[in-house]
Design a protein around this ligand. Structure first.
Ligand code: SF4
Ligand code: SF4
Length: 73
């Protein structure tokens, strides 16, 4: 389980993701989905860059699209 910490939020690269849309970008705290769960925004999958994220490495995450599928188990 990924912790919702400041350290992890600073490492999250969701902000640079091609799938991140205007709604997601305007939502306060609308990132770090592997810890916080899915976005409330409508969203179209245009690629997921979680594979390049240091949080993924730290927690040995396997999946993608946490913004759609929800928190990492
Ligand atoms: S693994 Fe994905 S959702 Fe989790 S912190 Fe990294 S970029 Fe954000
Ligand atoms: S979870 Fe993946 S698809 Fe969603 S915003 Fe983060 S990097 Fe992009």
């Amino acid at each position: 389980m990924v912790e919702d910490t400041k350290e992890n939020s600073l490492k999250c690269i969701c902000k640079s993701c091609p799938s991140k849309n205007e709604c997601m970008a305007s939502g306060d705290g609308d990132f770090l989905y592997c810890a916080r769960g899915k976005t409330k925004c409508e969203m179209a999958k245009k690629g997921c860059i979680c594979g390049a994220c240091p949080v993924r490495e730290k927690y040995k995450l396997q999946d993608y699209y946490y913004c759609v599928n929800g928190k990492a188990e």
